[in-house]
Write a new protein. Structure first.
Length: 118
């Protein structure tokens, strides 16, 4: 599967932003979809996941209640709605996919930069 992320940009603290990740292929609903992020000088970290088939979602503690991952299987797209952004959310955001839930997905898209100014 090939992944194409979009939607990043420069926003102010408290603003919202929605990231999108379009996937190629006809078996999108068979993939668990993820969002990760990597801030400058930091390790990449898990942000959110949407488990294939059953729709369960998981989040990094610091984004719970602010971020929502969703997927549209008809459009082969996964979204990350980010509300009440703060400067600590500044990072390159990556979407990823795997056929089984894992800490290290096998498919990655290019990143999209989110910058939150204070």
């Amino acid at each position: 599967v090939q992944l194409q992320a979009s939607g990043g940009g420069l926003v102010q603290a408290g603003d919202s932003l929605r990231l999108s990740c379009a996937a190629s292929g006809r078996t999108f609903n068979e993939y668990t979809m993820y969002w990760f992020r990597q801030a400058p000088g930091k390790e990449r970290e898990f942000v959110a996941a949407s488990i294939r088939r059953d729709g369960r979602t998981y989040y990094l503690d610091s984004v719970k209640g602010r971020f929502t991952i969703s997927r549209d299987n008809a459009k082969n797209t996964v979204y990350l709605q980010m509300n009440n952004l703060n400067p600590e959310d500044t990072a390159v955001y990556y979407c990823a996919a795997s056929l089984t839930p894992t800490d290290n997905p096998e498919y990655w898209g290019q990143g999209t930069l989110v910058t939150v100014s204070s």
